[in-house]
Design a protein around this ligand. Structure first.
Ligand code: ATP
Ligand code: FE2
Length: 337
């Protein structure tokens, strides 16, 4: 491809524009995230936020890269999964830019984009993926032309669980990074921590996971007088150990030797450490992309768009509607893995 591929991400809280150059190299995105003062995300309000800031955010991207719109030769956007109103704003922006510039449009799978940016950044060939974000928690491996979900959460995503637990303590969105900080601070004062009196239920069900029980139990520990930092530490240990256990089983069942982290919760240093320990014990390797490519970003959408266009896929206007419930394994992987 000659020019740049623009990627537009708008599945939930974040509107983000990213770029991939003519060689397929990703470049950092510009993003803006809604942070509700109270309560969780309201899809309509997030969509209104995305609509309001879209123009100025896009102008910032062009200015940052000293780019003229005519240098954009393709437009990729998140077609799903995600919140309907947010997805529709991104798709409308993508259609608008693509038709104004008369360049191809390609709707991509948000979850697969998390995988491909990770593979590209970490140089993995055929990894097992631990995809841990707000809305999603999945263990994935490539098999017969699809990314197959081997295990996943049966209730809420691990990030949503962390955010909800944090919110109940008055910590605003996103709660995950604050929980990490509180756990670290507590650990600094408690260098030999024990789970005694801080036990939580284990979240593994075969190859699947569940997090709402852990969250309720963590809240109960607090209600019974445990220290917040201690509970944050225990919550991370339990929830992450569950993910790592399923990831280990997936490595074992598939015989693969690379583990790749993706999604916003993959920013967490303790999770990264636990994955590296587990992989090391199995003579495997664990990889995580830079944090700016773990959280939702337009660049990963641009990268998957670039890859799909290289493989001949374009989304005709009449097939460009969004799909809130698009699954990871619905997307045919036509490129080399
Ligand atoms: P998806 O649509 O893929 O579910 P998302 O909308 O949840 O994505 P992401 O940016 O992938 O967005 O992930 C955001 C989540 O990551 C939030 O739940 C946030 O609390 C969590 N998170 C971010 N940083 C950390 C961290 N350091 N530790 C734990 N959780 C984190
Ligand atoms: Fe995401």
């Amino acid at each position: 491809m000659n020019g740049w591929t623009l990627g537009i991400e708008s599945t939930a809280h974040t509107l983000s524009f990213g770029l991939v150059d003519s060689e397929g190299i990703p470049h950092p995105a510009v993003s803006d995230t809604v942070r509700p003062d109270k309560g969780g995300i309201h899809p309509r309000e997030a969509a209104d936020h995305h609509k309001e800031i879209a123009h100025s955010l896009f102008q910032t991207l062009l200015a940052n890269y000293n780019l003229s719109p005519s240098e954009i030769h393709a437009v990729a956007y998140s077609q799903g999964p995600g919140l309907g109103p947010c997805l529709r704003v991104g798709a409308a922006i993508a259609r608008g830019i693509s038709s104004r510039l008369d360049v191809p449009l390609v709707g991509v799978n948000h979850c697969v984009a998390h995988i491909e940016i990770g593979r590209q950044q970490c140089g993995c060939s055929d990894p097992v993926l631990l995809y841990v974000s707000g809305g999603n928690t999945q263990v994935i491996a490539h098999l017969d032309g699809r990314y197959r979900v081997l295990g996943e959460t049966l209730d809420i995503g691990i990030g949503n669980m962390l955010d909800k637990f944090a919110r109940a303590q008055g910590i605003p969105f996103p709660g995950g990074p604050v929980i990490e900080k509180l756990a670290k601070e507590w650990l600094a004062n408690n260098p030999e921590p024990r789970l005694t009196d801080l036990e939580l239920p284990f979240a593994v069900r075969g190859m699947d996971l569940a997090f709402s029980g852990v969250m309720t139990a963590a809240q109960r520990l607090l209600d019974n007088g445990a220290e917040l930092g201690a509970v944050c530490w225990s919550l991370q240990e339990h929830a992450f150990a569950a993910c790592v256990e399923v990831a280990e089983r997936a490595l074992s069942h598939t015989g693969k030797t690379e583990l790749l982290l993706g999604g916003g919760v993959a920013c967490n240093t303790r999770l990264r450490e636990m994955c590296s320990l587990m992989a090391g014990e199995r003579e495997s390797t664990s990889h995580a992309p830079p944090r700016m490519y773990c959280i939702d970003n337009g660049t990963m959408i641009g990268l998957l768009g670039y890859i799909e266009l290289q493989n001949g896929r374009v989304t005709p206007y009449e097939e460009s509607a969004v799909d809130q419930y698009l699954r990871t394994d619905q997307t045919q992987v036509t490129w080399a893995v």
